[in-house]
Design a protein around this ligand. Structure first.
Ligand SMILES: [Cu+2]
Length: 249
């Protein structure tokens, strides 16, 4: 779990072995994914398997890019380990964009001071105390298209629910800011193989649309969605949303 304020980690093992990732924010992936370098943003979680069998008595470093974070000292005694990694973990039902009853386009914005340093970060141009504007109906599915107009990647987290990542696609940021138009400038890219499971935090990459599909199940009531970078969420990059009951016939 990346519990840092704002740092993204790009983790790898010093011996060159990849991780076998089996789980993400909301549980098991459909199958293990071989990940040579694990990218993990604040708020994201990853369950990984590391096989130390070939390193008995040795030392293995866990690195963040070129910076060592941790050293494993592998015991030299013999152990009986009959465990194996199953080729499939759990079925994850497909979820189609057509399952959504609506798409909300929501911008991620930064307001700079005269020196160009960010002062506040906003979700869809709104402050925390502005009236609630996202009111999904309990039991319905929506696409939230996050339009990141800033130069930073923002790990966006929704409370209560889990979701799937549909795609990421580069956009013309100036067209959105100055003309309020959504202009794609490239093809949609599928999420990474280790993002194929249930997520609750998604990296919204700069200058791009990131689409997630969410079923608002569970309970009615007021929840929040926010960037998981502490300095952003505490500077207005957090908003309430409200799950409302379906209208009675
Ligand atoms: Cu952020």
């Amino acid at each position: 779990m990346n519990a840092s304020n704002s740092r993204f980690y790009f983790l790898s093992l010093g011996n060159g072995s990849p991780f076998q990732q089996i789980g993400t924010d909301q549980g098991l992936l459909p199958e293990p994914v071989i990940v040579p370098r694990l990218t993990i943003a604040p708020g994201e979680r990853a369950d990984v398997i590391v096989d130390f069998a070939e390193h008995r008595g040795g030392r293995v470093l866990l690195n963040n890019l070129l910076v060592p974070l941790m050293q494993f000292r592998v015991g030299s005694g013999s152990v009986a380990d009959m465990s194996t990694l199953p080729p499939t973990l759990r079925a994850i039902p497909p979820i189609a964009a057509s399952d959504a009853i609506r798409t909300r386009q929501l911008t991620l914005e930064e307001v700079d001071n005269v020196l160009g340093d960010p002062l506040v970060h906003l979700l869809d141009g709104k402050h925390w105390h502005d009236p609630v504007s996202e009111k999904p109906v309990l039991g319905t599915t929506e696409i939230w298209e996050l339009l990141n107009l800033t130069d930073d990647a923002h790990p966006i987290h929704l409370h209560l629910v889990r979701f799937r990542i549909l795609d990421r696609r580069p956009i013309n940021v100036d067209a959105r800011i100055y003309d309020k138009k959504l202009v794609y400038t490239g093809e949609a890219m599928q999420p990474d193989a280790n993002e194929a499971g249930w997520k609750d935090t998604v990296r919204a990459t700069p200058g791009a649309s990131t689409r997630i599909i969410v079923k608002f199940e569970g309970y009615t009531g007021r929840y929040v969605w926010h960037c998981h970078i502490l300095e952003h969420e505490d500077n207005e990059m957090m908003r309430p949303y409200e799950i409302v009951a379906p209208l009675k016939e």
